[in-house]
Design a protein around this ligand. Sequence first.
Ligand SMILES: Cc1cc2nc3c(=O)[nH]c(=O)nc-3n(C[C@H](O)[C@H](O)[C@H](O)COP(=O)(O)OP(=O)(O)OC[C@H]3O[C@@H](n4cnc5c(N)ncnc54)[C@H](O)[C@@H]3O)c2cc1C
Length: 279
Amino acid sequence: MDLYNVKTYLRPKSLREVREWQPDWNWLAGGTWIFNEVQPQVKTLVDMQQLNWSEIELTSEGLSIGATCIQNDLLDFSFPDAWTATAALKDAVRELASFKLSHAATVGGNICLALSASTFAPAMVALNASYEIWRPNTESYIVNAVDFQTAPQQTILQPGEVLRRIKIPIWNLTQWQTSFKRMAVCTAGYAIAIVVTAYHPQTQQVKFGIGGSVKSPRLIEFDTIPIPEQIAGEVRELPLHIYIDDERGSATYRRHITQVLMQRGITELTAGIDGKRRY
Ligand SMILES: Cc1cc2nc3c(=O)[nH]c(=O)nc-3n(C[C@H](O)[C@H](O)[C@H](O)COP(=O)(O)OP(=O)(O)OC[C@H]3O[C@@H](n4cnc5c(N)ncnc54)[C@H](O)[C@@H]3O)c2cc1C
């Protein structure tokens, strides 16, 4: 896409170079969305590549992913065997789009774009991730993944603010098993519901990161493995207006599919307990 309104292209090596943020500036990460849409309001692209924020760091506290980490780098990364929940991150890459896209798109770009079809958002919510936000002139701050997106394509980010890194605490990575379920109305279509289930076999805790069907990602947690009636009850507790209602699927349909995917996710993870399936 030719972004004919763009007059200036900046490649800062540090945030200090973009202190005086202007309303018509736009961060450029992998560019797979920016260069795919008309952007009449954008006059300046601020390319993040030279900021060198693409690290994948493992520490005793957990995992840190730089915002400009190319999605496919997560797929290729060898995580320790005990970090079982990192499977959800690899699934988020596999389920997003094509080989071509995942070799250019960044993890931060997907999260900040905040499409309802984001595969990373529900994965990060299920893993209790938090996001470190940098601002050019003041101190950085941390926000929980579940509080970051407020509506489709809307986040808490203020002009000039930038997602620097994603942090996932160690406890949420080790020993949790995950299942990634995504539903679209046609093959390779836009997701109408995404559920990332995380299950801890020792404690029997269960977490569901809900995306795709809802206007902003949700977290639903259980202290023990829920039976179908408990899942249905929790889903019914959420008001219908939090679900997306559009040509791809009504709010009622999306709510139903969300519940089905939650049940499928936990069934997959707990199949074989006591020698029998729970559902
Ligand atoms: C064929 C196709 C299929 C797609 N399918 C999907 C899909 O199923 N689900 C989905 O979610 N997306 C989809 N996309 C959209 C998009 O490609 C992805 O969301 C991708 O992950 C965006 O990452 P990027 O690095 O290319 O972001 P960019 O295009 O560079 O940026 C996206 C937006 O985020 C902002 N941004 C980027 N990084 C930061 C940061 N660190 N801090 C603050 N703001 C930032 C940019 O300013 C821009 O507004 C698809 C695109 C195509 C072309």
